[in-house]
Design a protein around this ligand. Structure first.
Ligand code: OAD
Length: 237
């Protein structure tokens, strides 16, 4: 059924979350291994925490960067890159900051929560890409003297306007919408699922567990994304 939808859809959009990178060895936020030291992501990924203790927040990001630097895309990331190549219109919206969709060859990627390899000055706003692992000095500083921060979106902050507008547009235009490896509890990203559904898309969830959006989707495929996605692509008959 889902294979038929995939074959006939002229416009496909996908929302991914941390679960798609789990089999690349990256811990999810709300599953086992979701804590760093004793902290939860919701407490660290906040402008107030950064203002109070930039070194602590950077230590977390430095650790995450080092895990991500060693991670390779898995079969699920690669399958999505393959679907993109064969789709007339394809948009990959990701909450992930790890860059693994790019590494797998996906092209039209919208990073609604930013990119961990980008660093931005909290004073002058200048951005730069820095993949060094580890960062030599914490917190890193801009040439202007300001403290730099990770180029990601934190709780309580707005999503990048353009990226979000394009994400909503893709969700509205999608004939087929996949929601993959996300607990679908963090808004506004999770709202794209309802938007796609209300705009007429068939919605397919791929997750090892039930989520709050499971009740509204047209099909739930239970299992690891790295097994289910390649199967969908391989049996393309
Ligand atoms: P979560 O950690 O909340 O959820 C991961 C989801 O992936 C869960 O629903 C798991 O059941 C599922 N999962 C785990 N392994 C899987 C696998 N192999 N195949 C398929 N599904 C699997 O991660 P997100 O939903 O991405 O935001 O979290 C959303 C946001 O909360 C993140 O972008 C981040 C976080 O705090 C910010 O930092 C702003």
């Amino acid at each position: 059924m889902v294979r038929d939808w995939l074959k006939s859809a002229s416009s496909v959009a996908v929302l991914t979350g941390a679960g798609i990178s789990a089999e690349s060895g990256l811990p999810t936020f709300r599953g086992p291994g979701g804590l760093w030291r004793q902290y939860r992501a919701e407490d660290l990924a906040r402008p107030e925490t950064f203002a109070r203790d930039p070194k602590l927040v950077w230590e977390w990001y430095n650790w995450r960067r080092s895990v991500m630097a060693r991670a390779q895309p898995n079969a699920a990331h690669r399958a999505l890159a393959g679907i993109e190549q064969r789709s007339a219109q394809f948009t990959l919206i990701t909450q992930n900051v790890d860059g693994l969709h790019d590494a797998a060859g996906s092209r039209n990627v919208l990073k609604v929560h930013g990119d961990i390899w980008t660093i931005r000055c909290s004073v002058c706003g200048k951005e730069r890409v820095d993949r060094s692992d580890p960062l030599p000095e914490l917190p890193p500083r801009c040439a202007c003297g300001g403290v730099e921060r990770p180029g990601v979106v934190w709780f309580g902050e707005s999503l990048p306007k353009d990226v979000w507008a394009q994400s909503e547009k893709a969700a509205r235009a999608a004939e087929l919408f996949f929601v993959i490896g996300t607990s679908a509890v963090v808004y506004p990203a999770a709202g794209l699922v309802g938007l796609a559904k209300a705009s007429g898309a068939k919605v397919v969830e791929i997750n090892i567990a039930e989520t709050p959006v499971s009740a509204i989707v047209d099909a739930s495929l239970r299992g690891p994304a790295s097994e289910i996605l390649p199967e969908l692509v391989q049996h393309d008959v």
